[in-house]
Design a protein around this ligand. Sequence first.
Ligand code: ADP
Ligand code: MG
Ligand code: MG
Length: 872
Amino acid sequence: MANKWVYLFTEGNATMRNLLGGKGANLAEMTNLGLPVPQGFTITTEACTQYYEDGEKINDEIMGQIMDHINKMEEITGKKFGDKENPLLVSVRSGARASMPGMMDTILNLGLNEEVVEVLAEKSGNPRWAYDCYRRFIQMFSDVVMEVGKKYFEALIDKMKEQKGVKQDVELDANDLKELANQFKAEYKEKIGKDFPSDPKEQLVEAIKAVFRSWDNPRANVYRRDNDIPYSWGTAVNVQMMAFGNMGDTSGTGVAFTRDPATGEKKLMGEFLMNAQGEDVVAGVRTPQHIDQLKQVMPEVYDQFVKICHTLEDHYRDMQDMEFTIEDRKLYMLQTRNGKRTAFAALKIACDLVDEGMIDEAKAVSMIEPRNLDTLLHPTFDPEALKKATPIGKGLAASPGAASGQIVFTAEEAKEWADAGKKVVLVRLETSPEDIEGMKASQGILTVRGGMTSHAAVVARGMGTCCVSGVSEIVMDEENKKFELGGKTFHEGDVISFDGTTGNIYDGAIATREAQIAGEFGRIMSWADKYRRLKVRTNADTPHDAKKARELGAEGIGLCRTEHMFFEGDRIDAFREMICSDTVEEREKALEKILPVQQGDFEKLYEALEGNPVTIRFLDPPLHEFVPTEEAEIEKLAHTQGKSVAQIKAIIASLHEFNPMMGHRGLRLAVTYPEIAVMQTKAVIRAAINVAKAHPDWNLKPEIMIPLSSDSKELKYVKDIVVKTADAEIAAAGSNIKYEVGTMIEIPRACLTADDIAKEAEFFCFGTNDLTQMTFGFSRDDAGKFLNAYYDKKIFENDPFAKLDQVGVGKLMKMAIELGKKTRPELHVGICGEHGGDPSSVEFCHKIGLDYVSCSPFRVPIARLAAAQAAI
Ligand code: ADP
Ligand code: MG
Ligand code: MG
């Protein structure tokens, strides 16, 4: 049987999201619920995939079904493409499985041509409307389908408004718009070299292809990578009868949320514009009205809309984000979806829905996007500092958070300055999808135009970046890179601060402070902890980081990188002396100096952890990372070592390696310089003995982790030294403390021989940063140079250093666990690479049976939530 590539709205439902895309599935569901939806059909995501498989062509079978459905649509609506009596106009809308705001463009009023527009003008008695539709259609079709830039058309509109001495598009009359349509067509012909297509079916086919193509545009590719959306999903195309919000003062269009997407508060939120169409509300062409005002403007429509909001929220059991259009006092629903929201709102909404009896706790936990929690863990303004500051202006609180930084005026500069290590805030008239990279690089985004649903606001909320929009008091001069606000002129590089929770803007920098888990955040996290099996530890080297991580729920330290401690203060001096020693005795003398310092650090760590497990990794990086590079430092070292500068330089040169990543590092250092391992063991064990004395109830059991092993004999050599030293220390102190010795698994050979390695190791911890680079054979420090080409060519969809490669690296991990547990069933296993805080990687770790993940302190809540979602 032939594949079904096209579905009427009456044939679909909400469960068919994978096939029909989010928009299509929900249009069908709303149709089933009996809501007023302009009818149409959805071309499936599979048709999009097929289009690419067929070499960017719509094959005959799919084309045939599209044509059939045009006929069906004509029957349903009683209108016909190109008809002289009752012409059909449609919108062509993209709609992927996961919503990708602003990524794909919609075409409205398709089906218009020279004759049809005349029919419309005449039959409706509203020529202004007919020509408004026509000029919009030419504009959108040219831009979206043929890629003639928007700016050419906008320039023509501006010129026309100037000629007519009017400020707003709505003030242009039928003749002006008719003239504009002609100018647009001329512009099209000039840019494309062909006449504007007049056959509605041809227009439709071109538009459908453009939607398919847009799945592969660079913006969509970047968005997908950032949001873990696979390229293979494809987008659906929705073809829908138009509802006209631009027919005059009894028509309009708007967007609304059933709850406040910024705060989560349960109240209708939204904006509308009378006599407007499509993107007018979000594009910031005119300032929209608050949805509450619709009550005055059109009470019956308002009541009907409120009822629909209740119906939809009850049905989907989640906050809805809806688009509607009023055509001559008749309400049409054009879209509904589970609304995007700030992390703060997400927590409140989930808790409220539980309290309202709409959902259970497990559902609440699974509703929160783990990555979004990040935004709650970012700083807010210090309340004391804020009290002293006086706002110089105010805009809409579009996306919460605190931003303080140097002003830049373009997305490119934002990125450049941020790459150079500066903190920037992006100030613009309005943002567009091209600005995404620059928005990401900014501390915050400030826009002069646009409402709560403007591009800047929506994208900033999605990214968790602070945004204040619609600051109309700003007198902007983008060209000369300056603006005026509060009686002062600000230039590029000046510092301002603004608050995405209040909308206030301040001159200069304001101190910020760190966030805490409390209230709804605390509730959700405690529910999450009920469901998860995976433990969550943290990577921390200092008591300060360890305390922070504990506050955020870490259940231990999974990785303490001891070498980080060597750089503090003048400790590095002793370490350099150790490196430049000629004999074991000299080396031991230098290590003697380090021992008490390191022991003190470990004591503080144990105390911060209050008896929770602490895994301490022995020295890992190659020694050349520690030697001085500056002349004065080299001289100082020469002096203390009683050597000449030339001798020190020779030692430094001798440490040079062609490929340090695969060089003299990890446990190889302990094999060549066992005295380093001896010193570190003493420090770990003595610290534990001391702290255990003060806190016998903590049951301290240090975990010593040997990095980079690839062979069981090599591991045994180092382990024997550790055990001998530790046992002697414990006996001498008359202590009965226990300890464990384990290893990091970060070399493929260790995975392949994990059964042997487990004879020596009491625990495994996957160092997936190294394991990834060793498995792929490219270094994480250099891969950035070519990975972009891999993304462009669709060889890779993600950075394997950010998102675990489950296929290859994951297979090695599975093998290592299996082999290791065969030898030692009680073996405990964790992960401590960057992946430990990445939600999809955490899910994988849950599946393959790890005991814990370990991640940086601020990712701990993310990992806790992801671990719970993996278990639900
Ligand atoms: P996006 O996914 O970017 O939101 P949409 O497909 O939802 O794009 O369309 C963009 C705008 O066009 C929306 O404001 C929507 O309400 C409007 N629109 C889409 N289809 C129709 C239609 N059939 N009638 C009237 N307006 C429409
Ligand atoms: Mg939409
Ligand atoms: Mg490593």
